[in-house]
Design a protein around this ligand. Structure first.
Ligand SMILES: [Zn+2]
Ligand SMILES: [Zn+2]
Length: 337
């Protein structure tokens, strides 16, 4: 398929710079947040030719026992582009047809196919974490880290009717979160842990939400964020670990039993949940544009380094230049959307 855009994830930075091993050996093209157009299909997948699609970041095999038991994200035969094989930091990529999420040919104003690449991980991973938490309109949701992933999580939680608190160390991110669904924005760089806790507690009281226990989403993928998130657990609380860091943290794990609380992670999102997550974007309930910035694929090495140094705060989308490449025969999409 022809890549329209591919988002840059901190997992890519981990693979490229932090010694996190990819499952397929280097040399490997990274990138697992892919949107694009199917330009050629193998046997049995012909209906996808000419279709615009989002490629799930984790594509399960569909046949093993976790897949059959409805837990496809722990499939051991899964394919993750840019980890199990070449990924989307390229003009073209070959991916399995299984699990592709169809994208309508005609998109709402302001939404383009390259922009939708971030649905593949930055939107769907918090979407799945929120779905598993059972978050509803009676709940207060807390997002620790409101960059790309957390910024989308805030909007998804708000779309479900929950009252949302955003915590970050970056004032610009907090401002954006407050404009897009967060009712309270707390700056963790100028507030100590005790003050954060009491601000959260008084907000919950004032919110009038009767849901038991906070629903906390750790979306920063930093040790400091993980400590803050764990420290917010209360009676019946729920902690979703969404962000990734290879670093360790020290927490009092027994708080889980003392508070009868739950901590849970999720490795991506099952492909069957992608259309519901995409619908939130197409309906305008989750906006992407203010949270992303586009760069040419040609700038990939410098951009990845800048992301690694935390110099770029937005979710980066690498966009390949298709000018000058052979024009593929345009076929029309026959898959029903
Ligand atoms: Zn990722
Ligand atoms: Zn499987």
């Amino acid at each position: 398929m022809e890549v329209a855009g591919c988002g840059v994830c901190h997992t890519d930075v981990g693979f490229a710079y932090d010694g996190v091993p990819t499952r397929a050996p280097f040399p490997l093209t990274l990138g697992h947040e892919i949107s694009g157009r199917v330009t050629a299909a193998g046997a049995g997948a012909g209906q996808w030719e000419g279709c615009n699609v989002i490629v799930p970041a984790v594509i399960p095999c569909g046949e093993c026992s976790p897949c059959r038991a409805g837990q496809p994200t722990i499939c051991r035969k899964q394919f993750m582009p840019g980890n199990d094989g070449d990924g989307g930091f390229a003009t073209h990529v070959r991916v399995p047809a299984r699990g592709l999420c169809p994208v309508p040919e005609k998109l709402p104003p302001g939404i383009s196919l390259d922009l939708l690449s971030v649905v593949a991980d930055a939107v769907t991973t918090p979407f799945e974490a929120i779905r598993r938490s059972g978050l509803g309109s009676d709940d207060v949701a807390v997002f620790v880290g409101v960059g790309g992933v957390g910024g989308f999580g805030v909007q998804i939680a708000a779309a479900l009717g929950a009252s949302v608190i955003a915590i970050d160390v970056d004032p610009a991110r907090l401002k954006l979160a407050a404009q897009h669904g967060a009712s309270l924005a707390l700056d963790a760089s100028s507030t100590n842990e005790k003050e954060l806790k009491s601000a959260v507690r008084s907000f919950v009281k004032q919110s009038g939400r009767t849901g038991i226990g906070l629903k906390i989403f750790e979306t920063s993928g930093t040790p400091a964020g993980q400590i803050v998130a764990f420290g917010l657990l209360d009676y019946g609380g729920y902690l979703a670990v969404v962000g990734f860091t290879p670093k360790k943290v020290e927490v009092r794990l027994s708080n889980l039993m003392a508070f009868d609380a739950t901590a849970r992670g999720n490795w991506g999102c099952p492909p069957e949940q992608y259309p519901a997550a995409l619908a939130l974007v197409l309906e305008g309930k989750v906006v992407l544009e203010p949270f992303v910035e586009r760069h040419s694929l040609d700038e990939a090495p410098a951009v990845l380094e800048a992301v690694a140094r935390h110099e770029i705060k937005s979710r980066v989308i690498l966009v390949p230049d298709h000018k000058g490449l052979a024009v593929e025969e345009i076929r029309s999409c026959t898959t029903t959307i």
